[in-house]
Write a protein that binds this ligand. Structure first.
Ligand SMILES: N=[N+]=NCCCCNC(=O)[C@@H]1[C@H]2[C@H](O)[C@@H](O)[C@H](O)[C@@H](CO)[C@@H]12
Length: 439
């Protein structure tokens, strides 16, 4: 029996999500200053095909058309991020033209009965702050607080749902350890410092939010992978517990319990790493929800030859174009785990897949994405029916867009973008969503 919208709570938010650097383009327009992703994507060899976000989906100029597409599909929510270097100059003065773009976007969404959910930081740190140390400089939390306060003052009268950070695990591990993302460092000690300062920035923003937007709610979005032992053994179970703490617990526990998870902390200390723990009281300021970005599971095995005592193992399930296993069961498991451990309301702030999408006669037949979404919707509904306080689900993503180090080679959109013409085409999954959201 196909799943129906009417099985979800009446006030459940079904939305879609994007981020500024991945869709806006107009990187040199109206005074926008460079971010670390402008510099990283223009560094030869960093991005597949040496692509960049200079134009992306030209959303800066086409936002009205894109809102109309959301309206046509029937979404009642839209999660997007603010480009920090577009709204604040390096001299700390506000960029009114940049702010006006977000004012117009918010007003257009509200006119179309679409609730805006704003992410303050989706990875595009102003480059001048990177030159001051970026996420390695403790002062970054104060810079972030000033930026957050500005956005709360400008948009807080109309926007009541806020997310401080998108996926601090990615910002720290992909940006400072694996070197795959901006700023492209490969240093585990820097990674731990960056993670701590990201959490501090989160806490400083929550603190000022309570003073400015008294009738709003604020949370943080983490990517959560279901960590499983590749083969069942005591050592592999222990490895899975450790990795779950490194990937998931490290960015949830401090916010709720005011401390880092013990096993992971013990491992890092054994490796001689410093674990900064200042401001844990600010980091653990009460928040109103957790945003959950779910994509897949991660299979691990104990590996005594690794300094981190584990290695990742390739799974056997069908995979998306990103090489990620399709594993909707993991969504249910992680919603239940997070809800039970932390007791907060949840929003699925991202879920979706990259597919081999081909435009043929103006049609994109992404039946695989319809099936993916249906299976994950079913698990979200199962979680709700089992008493988990899940309040919304945002499809990643509205548009095909700049997929970070993969450039434009991976298409996550329910709307196909022809980057040569910037023409948008609803994929079959968008048409399916339109039907689903009507029932
Ligand atoms: N193994 N494995 N993989 C699971 C870990 C995935 C880490 N990447 C993300 O979560 C990013 C998140 C980001 O917000 C968005 O900006 C990205 O476009 C999507 C798609 O990539 C996802």
């Amino acid at each position: 029996m196909a799943i129906k919208r009417s099985e979800f709570p009446e006030n459940f938010i079904f939305g879609t999500a994007t981020s500024a650097y991945q869709i806006e383009g107009a990187v040199n327009e109206d005074g926008r200053e460079p971010s670390i992703w402008d510099v990283f994507s223009h560094t030869p060899g960093k991005i597949q095909n040496n692509e960049n976000g200079d134009v992306a989906c030209d959303h800066y100029h086409r936002y009205n058309e894109d809102v109309q597409i959301m309206k046509e599909i029937g979404f009642n929510g839209y999660r997007f991020s603010i480009s920090w270097p577009r709204v604040l100059f390096s001299n700390q003065k506000k960029n009114q033209k940049g702010l006006d773009f977000y004012n117009k976007l918010v007003d257009t969404l509200l006119e179309n009965n679409i609730t805006p959910f704003i992410t303050l930081y989706h990875w595009d740190l102003p480059y001048y702050l990177y030159e001051k140390g970026g996420w390695l400089n403790p002062d970054i939390a104060l810079y972030f607080q000033d930026y957050a306060a500005l956005m709360f003052e400008i948009l807080g009268d109309r926007v009541k749902h806020w997310i401080t950070l998108n996926e601090p695990w990615c910002s720290s591990y992909l940006g400072y350890f694996m070197g795959k993302h901006a700023p492209g460092h490969t240093n585990i000690q820097e990674t731990i410092i960056a993670a701590h300062n990201l959490l501090r920035a989160h806490g400083y923003a929550v603190k000022i939010f309570r003073e400015i937007v008294k009738d709003g709610i604020i949370g943080i979005t983490n990517v959560v992978s279901k960590i499983e032992p590749a083969k069942e053994s005591e050592e592999n179970f222990q490895a899975a517990i450790l990795v779950d703490e490194i990937v998931n617990g490290w960015f949830h526990d401090p916010i709720i319990f005011g401390k880092f998870p013990e096993n992971a902390k013990g491992l890092f200390k054994q490796l001689g790493l410093e674990i900064p723990e200042t401001d844990m009281d600010i980091i653990s300021q009460p928040i109103d929800f957790f945003g959950v970005n779910y994509y897949t599971r991660q299979l691990v095995e104990y590996d005594p030859t690794s300094p981190y005592l584990y290695k990742n193992v390739e799974g056997i399930l069908p995979k998306t174009e990103m090489g990620w296993e399709i594993y909707p069961e993991g969504l249910y498991d992680m919603l239940r785990k997070i809800h039970r451990r932390y007791g907060l309301p949840l929003y699925i702030t991202e879920n979706g897949m990259a597919g081999p999408d081909k435009l043929q006669n103006d049609i994109i037949n992404d039946d695989y994405r319809v099936k993916y979404l249906e299976k994950h919707f079913e698990k979200a509904l199962e979680a709700i029916e089992d008493g988990i306080d899940l309040r919304g689900y945002f499809v990643w993503s509205l548009l095909d867009n700049f997929e970070w180090e993969k450039g434009y080679s991976k298409r996550f959109g329910i709307v196909y973008v022809d980057y040569k013409t910037q023409k948008r085409y609803l994929k079959k999954s968008a048409v399916w969503l339109k039907e689903f959201l009507r029932k």
